[in-house]
Design a protein around this ligand. Structure first.
Ligand code: FAD
Length: 120
């Protein structure tokens, strides 16, 4: 079986930006690729809401659909206009998956995002 350490190393070294939040979307983990993409260090991100990345131009409807899906414990995928620490804008292709505990409750969310500014 796969040692837990390999899970950690795989996430650390993934070439995709990965974050884990609590059930209120507060960041509890961000991998190095996430730091590089957003310009924020882990220390700056920990405890902050993921909305720290919002460029504030994504329509409310998009967030409503996002939270609607997550509340039903379904994954959500979509495009969000995000803002780096330096204020620059990028388009994020984001997939969020609820992480359920053994009792079936959502305790965390897993976020995977790629910068697709060039593609669109
Ligand atoms: P609102 O959506 O108005 O929400 C206010 C607060 O409540 C925020 O803390 C919000 O996160 C939280 N919230 C809202 N509805 C629920 C609910 N049903 N259950 C629990 N908490 C709720 N947004 C981005 O703009 N860019 C990102 O890259 C991004 N990545 C995310 C990654 C993950 C893993 C998660 C879970 C969320 C992500 N979000 C992202 C969504 C983000 O948390 C905000 O909902 C969004 O940015 C809108 O911000 P707001 O200030 O308008 O907050």
């Amino acid at each position: 079986t796969l040692p837990p350490e390999v899970f950690r190393l795989a996430v650390e070294q993934a070439a995709v930006a990965i974050s884990i939040t609590d059930a209120k979307a507060r960041i509890v983990y961000a991998n190095p690729c996430f730091e590089k993409m957003t310009g924020y260090s882990c220390e700056e991100l920990l405890g902050k809401n993921q909305s720290i990345l919002s460029y504030k131009v994504t329509p409310r409807l998009v967030y409503d659909s996002l939270w609607g899906q997550l509340e039903r414990q379904h994954p959500w995928n979509g495009l969000l206009v995000n803002r780096r620490k330096d204020g620059s804008r990028y388009l994020a292709d984001l997939t969020i998956t609820p992480v359920l505990n053994t009792a079936g409750e959502t305790t965390h969310y897993l976020g995977l995002q790629r910068d697709v500014t060039e593609v669109h």
